[in-house]
Ligand binder design. Structure first.
Ligand code: FES
Length: 239
């Protein structure tokens, strides 16, 4: 994606009223799969299918398309209510703060997409509380940074600056073979997201948008895809 596209305002996701995500600016699209370690917890994000580059796409938001991840227009027939109910406050105003000796962890639970990396090798909250120890500090940072939804953000205690993986602006479809479900659309690299009524949500390094149509915190994922058994037909779910 050319940097000039971002400048020209072409790179963005516009949420159609009761309809799809209208993606423009040739954002790369792939699948990212939650790989499970020997302890039964997520261990890493594994690269899945990569989709051919395309200048613009309409991605299904109602969960009903017969051509997922793309929209096939079914939302107009299945009564999809895509009303956006999420808070429009900045992340830091929605987050609780956990203060450790070396790190601060901001935690806004409403964003949780149930990817479960917060429990890798232990709990991100305990690692933060013990962040004076180098190993705990490292684990707190890696667990927070692998939180696709951006629910968890680790900050350096001295500078107050967020510690983030560097992402290029891109999109990933999350697949969760352990739970046998498909997950949300992972939006990386501070992509502009516009609501159906023209509001620009806070630009963030990572955020997850609902694809199952059932979230109670639209447009963001709230983890409901697990309980509703959302399946976009991905091959990895059949293992
Ligand atoms: S995809 Fe997670 S709640 Fe819809």
């Amino acid at each position: 994606m050319a940097a000039s596209d971002e400048k020209a305002g072409k790179t963005k996701i516009v949420i159609a009223e009761n309809g799809p995500y209208l993606v423009s600016g040739a954002l790369p699209l792939d699948k990212q799969i939650i790989e499970i370690g020997s302890d039964g917890n997520p261990s890493r994000w594994a690269q899945g299918e990569k989709f051919p580059a395309q200048e613009s796409r309409a991605l299904c938001r109602c969960g009903g398309s017969r051509d997922k991840p793309f929209c096939d227009g079914l939302h107009a027939k299945n009564g999809f209510d895509g009303t956006e109910t999420a808070s429009r406050e900045p992340f830091v105003r929605q987050a609780e703060t956990i203060n450790g000796p070396d790190l601060v962890l901001d935690d806004a639970q409403d964003f949780c997409a149930l990817a479960r990396f917060c429990h890798r090798k232990g709990s991100v909250w305990e690692f933060t509380e013990n962040s004076g120890e180098p190993e705990s500090r490292k684990n707190a940072i890696s667990n927070a940074c692998d939180c696709a939804s951006g629910r968890l953000v680790a900050r350096d205690k001295k500078t107050g600056k967020p510690i983030e993986n560097k992402f290029v602006a891109s999109l990933s479809l999350i697949e969760d073979p352990q739970k046998k479900v498909s997950g949300p659309l992972w939006v990386k690299g501070r992509v502009r997201i516009e609501s159906a009524d023209g509001f620009a949500y806070e630009k963030r390094n990572r955020v997850t948008l609902c694809r199952c149509g059932q979230s109670g915190n639209k447009p963001f994922c709230d983890g409901t895809h697990v309980s509703c058994g959302f399946n976009d037909g991905d091959e990895t779910l059949k293992r």
